[in-house]
Design a protein around this ligand. Sequence first.
Ligand code: UT7
Length: 329
Amino acid sequence: MSLHGVITGWGKYLPQRVLTNQDLERIVNTSDEWILTRTGIRERRIVGDDESVSTMAVEAGRRALEVAHLSPGSLDLIIVATLSPDKLIVASASLVQDAIGAKKAAAFDVVAGCSGFIYALATAYQFIASGAYRNILVVGSEAVTRYINWEDRGTCVIFGDGAGAVVVQANEQATDMLHFLMGSDGSMARALYVPSPCDKLTEMPQDGHLHLLMEGREVFKFAVTTMAEASRQVVKEVGLQLSDIDLFIPHQANDRIIQAAAKSLGIPREKVYINVDRYGNLSAASPPVALCEAVEEGRIKEDDLVLLVAFGAGFSWAAMLLRWSPGLA
Ligand code: UT7
């Protein structure tokens, strides 16, 4: 008997603290006008002092389990996609597993830049198709602002914190996941990274600070081209047309990147989901938060064709086509 994965639950968590562009004007040499015209971002959320990737993942995960009507004890696996784990040693997924009481679940993290959630979701579908597991919680959770150098105006205005989660469950009929692709170009690792205390000593930053470092223009160029190419490819390989897509959910990195990718694909504005104005770039949490909000807002209906696409550090990229069918399981 073959098993098929389907998303049956979704949830999100955004920290309470809001940092507006006006707040940033008081921290660094920037302006609301610059941030808005160059990125489309108005405000972002900042992780609380008593919060972390695992606590936010727990909140989002609990909500996703409620929607799926699934108890934590029924979970076989928890995957957390993150760039900002609570600890370097210990998967944040293990902390989530303990906190929600998922006694029989295995747990691991996925590190694949802002593409991490789609990588993790693709992995979940494979575990179900192989027959290994039936109930999987997939989370994207980020506290990237903890890495931010608040004197670097090229990075501090872009990022925000939060978490999104989905439950993927097995059924005997069909899957909602039509196709996916993932890619990597490690030669571009230096364009966007956070140093680690475990790196070669010669690679350690002179000032000893472990801040996020980014070549914004390099990332921008890569983002537009890659999101468009990956979207075209994943749709073509499954024999569909870009015009078949009901909702396009691109990684929410920068409104200019989103608009350029959508234009190149010929996807009209009303079919593009955008929340970058409210949250900034949520890294690996961006796709699940956007997916969850789109469902909650009624932007996705049963049987809709949804295209998720992301890019990020690595460089990495990933795209996935879903035929939205939570009722299947
Ligand atoms: O998930 C992936 C994560 N990363 C990304 O997606 C980032 C992709 N890149 C971007 O979104 C854009 O490159 C940025 C928003 C980071 C920067 O926008 P840009 O239009 O590429 O600006 P730029 O770096 O070319 O800088 C233009 C000017 C520079 O001044 P000069 O040299 O022309 O005098 C910058 O110093 O804007 C200046 N600038 C700022 N000014 C006010 C850079 N950041 C700021 C700022 N406020 N926050």
